[in-house]
Design a protein around this ligand. Structure first.
Ligand SMILES: [Zn+2]
Length: 531
């Protein structure tokens, strides 16, 4: 079994990591939580919160263009934009502790935050974090709160909340009894009044709400052209986006986002050096922003400058101790180097790689791609006995990945089906190493089943061959409960009947496929005389 492992571990395939900064995703949300100095929670998006958001959006007829992000310990919810993406941050413990039996409170909080977004009250995260001057007076802020409350009341009315549940929900918010002119939140009386006004509009006592009046903006010109650029980018208009980003940079040269996205566009157009120089322009104004160094490192990898890329990831981590992308990319770089995929003079070992992936998982426990990589790195280390003490960690990573992946948003271009296949394969490899036969048996059946319809894709064919090899080893191992000579021939015949018709199209330069097929076909002919 040990020799087999040596070969099998190489069957794992790798996704290169590339940032896609123009889109919002969970990882960016986590990064923002970090920027705000907040710990994230180790559980996936709460289903109730997500469903409530969808109900609210169905009322206003909007697509789900809000990213929900859980942040623990903020004792609140907050609406912020980042990169043109609207985020709603919420503290699940806070929602649960206040709402109790009254689930309308959750609806109220989310609708209130969406109200801020739709009314364009929302602050950009960069303004928030970098402390850009805020021209919004306290008086105006209090008024914005009332607008958001009115919107929440409207939504609750439309969603069928009773009048008393609606008023109850807003009364649960800890607030001031009387109007405090030094506060950014209005008094409870005024808030209830605003909520009731919205509620009445929704339930028909006053004519329907006019959403067009929510347009208008208090953001700077540079943000407007920036967001226009993001929208054009998302619609595939790269040149239009480029013009908008250029304008945004002219209006506010220290704002880093347009540089990053301009860099991304240049990368997409193949101008890697141009992409790097944009990041370096942004560094001039934002020398401590870790993501700029990470992005430059990713570009340097594409140029084959691995040592210099490693320097960049190190700088990113020195600038931000919680640089998720910094740790992730450093680990992937070192891992690919260890496996010989990258040729460089970087010295690295499995423990360093695993430590970095572990750091990612500490920061963001739901980072399934990091868990997938950590499990693979542990398997690779088994060959040299460096990671035997970590097999339980690997199995745990795989189990978590398989359990949560259906609700997971990938940060890299990864297919859900292949991700699952890869995890079943990794688990089967480890369990065959450990001699856990029943687990190997069920996983190999899944591997064969998942891969057999996609054999025209090489990575699926690799897994198909792997699954059959593992199953063959199981059935032919006298120590296993599954030892069964008649089953061996049945399985080998099934394998050859699938492989034979497609032999002409198989890439036999792939040693994993070539050796695997050879071994299985030879066994069927010479060892067991199955024909
Ligand atoms: Zn508010």
């Amino acid at each position: 079994m040990k020799n087999l492992l040596f070969t099998l571990a190489l069957l794992i395939s790798f996704n290169s990591f590339s940032q896609n900064l123009a889109y919002g995703n969970e990882i960016e949300g986590i990064e923002i939580c970090k920027q705000l100095g907040i710990n994230t929670q180790p559980i996936l998006l709460d289903k109730e919160v997500n469903e409530t958001l969808e109900q609210i959006l169905s009322i206003v007829g909007l697509e789900k263009n809000f990213q929900l992000q859980m942040c623990s310990n903020i004792n609140n919810a907050a609406a912020l934009t980042y990169n043109g993406v609207r985020y709603i941050f919420y503290d699940l413990d806070f929602l649960n502790s206040i709402s109790g039996e009254n689930r309308w409170f959750v609806t109220f909080v989310l609708a209130h935050e969406i109200g801020h977004h739709l009314n364009d009250h929302t602050k950009d995260v960069f303004m928030y974090v970098n402390g850009f001057p805020n021209d919004v007076t306290l008086d105006k802020r209090r008024n914005q709160e009332l607008q958001a409350d009115k919107f929440a009341g409207f939504i609750m009315g439309k969603l069928g909340s009773s009048y008393s549940d609606a008023v109850n929900a807003i009364s649960q918010i800890p607030g001031d009894e009387i109007e405090d002119l030094n506060s950014d939140h209005p008094s409870e009386d005024l808030r209830v009044k605003a909520l009731v006004e919205g509620y009445s509009q929704a339930t028909g006592t006053i004519s329907g709400m006019n959403f067009s009046k929510f347009e208008g903006s208090n953001t700077g010109e540079y943000l407007i052209s920036y967001y226009n650029g993001v929208e054009k980018f998302n619609n595939g208009d790269l040149d239009g986006a480029l013009k908008d980003f250029n304008k945004s940079i002219i209006d506010k040269k220290e704002f880093p986002e347009p540089y990053i996205n301009r860099s991304l566009i240049k990368e997409l157009k193949g101008d890697l050096y141009g992409a790097i120089s944009d990041l370096e322009l942004a560094m001039k104004w934002n020398p401590n922003l870790d993501i700029l160094y990470v992005e430059r490192g990713v570009l340097k990898i594409q140029l084959g400058k691995y040592e210099s890329a490693l320097d960049d990831f190190n700088i990113a981590i020195s600038k931000n101790q919680n640089s998720l992308e910094g740790y992730f990319n450093r680990a992937v770089l070192r891992y690919n180097n260890l496996l010989g995929i990258y040729q460089s003079n970087i010295s690295s070992d499995f423990n360093q790689v695993i430590l970095d992936f572990s750091k990612c998982i500490d920061i963001y426990p739901n980072y399934l791609e990091a868990r997938n990589y950590r499990a693979q790195a542990i398997i690779s280390g088994l060959r040299t006995k460096q990671t035997d003490h970590l097999v339980d960690t690997a199995i745990n990573d795989i189990n978590i990945s398989l359990e949560y992946v259906d609700d997971y948003e990938f940060t890299t271009e990864t297919s859900l089906k292949f991700f699952k296949l890869q995890n079943h394969a990794n688990r089967a490899i480890i369990n065959s190493y450990l001699g856990n036969f029943s687990s190997v048996y069920s996983d190999t059946n899944i591997i064969i089943d998942y891969s057999k319809d996609s054999l025209n894709t090489e990575i699926y064919l690799e897994k198909f061959v792997l699954g059959n090899l593992l199953k063959f080893n199981l059935l032919s191992d006298k120590n296993s409960l599954y030892y069964d000579v008649s089953e061996i021939c049945k399985n080998l015949n099934d394998f050859t009947s699938i492989i034979n018709p497609i032999m002409d199209n198989i890439n036999l330069n792939n040693p994993l496929i070539f050796n695997g097929i050879n071994q299985l076909v030879n066994a069927s002919i010479y060892e067991y005389d199955c024909l």
